[in-house]
Every structure is written in structure tokens, then in C-alpha cells.
Design a protein around this ligand. Sequence first.
Ligand SMILES: C[S@@+](CC[C@H](N)C(=O)[O-])C[C@H]1O[C@@H](n2cnc3c(N)ncnc32)[C@H](O)[C@@H]1O
Length: 299
Amino acid sequence: MKHITVLKNEAIHYLHIKPNGIYVDGTLGGAGHSKCILEQLNQGFLFAFDQDQFAIDYAKQVLKDFARFEIIKSNFRYLKSELEKRQIKEIDGLLLDLGLSSFQIDDESRGFTYLKDTTLDMRMDQSQELTAETIVNTYSLDELAKIFYVYGEEKNSFKIARKIIDQRPLHTTMDLVKICDQVNYKEKGHSSKRVFQALRIAVNDELHVLEDVLKDAVSMLKPDGRLVVITFHSLEDRIVKHFFRDESEVDPILKKLPMVTEDSSKTEVLTRKPIYPSDEEMEQNPRSKSAKLRALRKK
Ligand SMILES: C[S@@+](CC[C@H](N)C(=O)[O-])C[C@H]1O[C@@H](n2cnc3c(N)ncnc32)[C@H](O)[C@@H]1O
């Protein structure tokens, strides 16, 4: 299935693109957002990151008529060092459209789906060593239970971890689905949804890379620069929400000093509440249903 870009107009609106600005798309994917950014740049430049070679090859085709961009095959966690290598110290905006593209979810060989019997892989970066198979077959009971509980909010995390250990080695997605079915047999939705989400987050270290990039991005934003983040589950959204809140708060010590006003905060949250896809978008693209967009502006 083709990847349909989520919250396209909203993301571009909040990026508030300056035609001569330096922009970063941290999650190139099918290049839907990148293309919109490039359409608005006449003297500016776009750096687009993706860690998935398939996404990069696909995006090159989508962007073949544009010139003012460079694709960087890297985790966006290395945003700062990759840009510094290119003598870029400041940016006008960063967009993150987190998670997976439909290409990755639908490609059975990548092992992201619990609906097909395939290898337990789940790597976004095919050159990375750690796979889901390694995690389920080598991590301790406590480590596995913690991953399922913290990254999947799975209430039966310990029982599932116990069964995995008893039934090792596991090789395929269905080996894992069978275990989740046995434990979560009362579940209304799919028994394995939370466990698969948790493993995917662990394999790709998704929450830590997000924390890393948010800090670096804010430090690199020019005045009036924008940080726009689209998340797809509550764990990611919580990180973004708290980060934005902390960044835009006036330092409590400074607050007590005379002459220091609210304006002494360095950033401003542009989205008091998260922005959701419209009913029409959700109907056309059911995968957009869990999306939330938040935006921050550097003062
Ligand atoms: C939801 S898709 C982006 C779709 C894109 N905005 C579009 O409109 O086509 C997310 C993409 O970001 C990539 N990605 C996710 N996390 C990443 C990370 N930490 N570093 C680099 N790329 C990442 C994935 O490989 C995937 O291709």
C-alpha cells in the first residue's frame, strides 16, 4: 500500500516556511512532507533524514524534480553532528512524522506486522544488528517484562515474558502471536498489538532517539524557527508534550526576580491542545486516526 502523508497541510502550516530557510525533515519516508517543503523553498535548503534505505530509494524518485535538498541516511538522533559536518549550525525548522511508513508496515519481510507469519525483525535500519528475534531469545525475564510493560503498557507483561522464556527459541511473528493469544485470550482487540509495539520501540530505541533529537533541535532553531512533531502513540506524545511544556516555561528562579516577565522563556508552544486529523482525513486514511501534531516556536 502507498504511504499517505498524515496531517500534511497542518504540518506545513505550523512549519511556517520561509522560502530561503534551512529545513530538516527528520523522517523522510515516502517524501510527502519533504515534497511540500521543497515546493515552498526557492533559495532555502532541505536536509532529509531516514534510516531506512528502502525509504530513501523511494523518496529519491518522488523528489527527482527538485534540487535544493540532500538526503542523509542516518538516525535523526544524529541531527546535530550530521548537520555540523555540513557546516550547518542553525535551522529554521524541523519536522518529525514519527513511526513507520505504510511501506514498512506492509512489507511482510520487515516483521512489523502481527497479521502475517514472518521473521521477527522490526528494524527500521536494515544495517542495525539488534532485531526483535534477538530480544525475545536473549533478554532476561525482567528485561522482557519491563519492555512489554513500559513500551507497550501491556498488563500481562510478566506472564507473556515467562511464556516466551519457556517456549524459546522463537523465530517468527506467529511464534510470538501464539503466546500473546494464550495469555490475552480475553482481549477484544488483537492480542499482540501492545507487545509488538513494545518490541518495535525497543528494537529501534524510539523513545530515547526522540528525547535526544528534541533537545538538539531546540538548541539549533533560529529565532522564529519551528519544531513540528507528529506522534502516533501516547508514549511519544507524552515525551513531546512534556518537553514542549518544560522548554516554554520560565525558569522558576528567574520568575521570582524583578524585571523578569513571562517573555523570558525561550520558546512558545503553538498548539495548546494537539492537532488531530480531520474526520475526512481519518476516513480516507484510517492509519491517521492515532496521529497528534504539536508545534513549538523559538522566540
Ligand atoms: C511515518 S514515516 C514518514 C512519512 C513521511 N512524512 C511522508 O509524508 O511520506 C516515518 C519514516 O521515518 C523513518 N524514521 C523513523 N524513525 C527514524 C529515526 N529515528 N531516524 C531516521 N529515520 C527514522 C522511518 O524509517 C520512516 O521511513
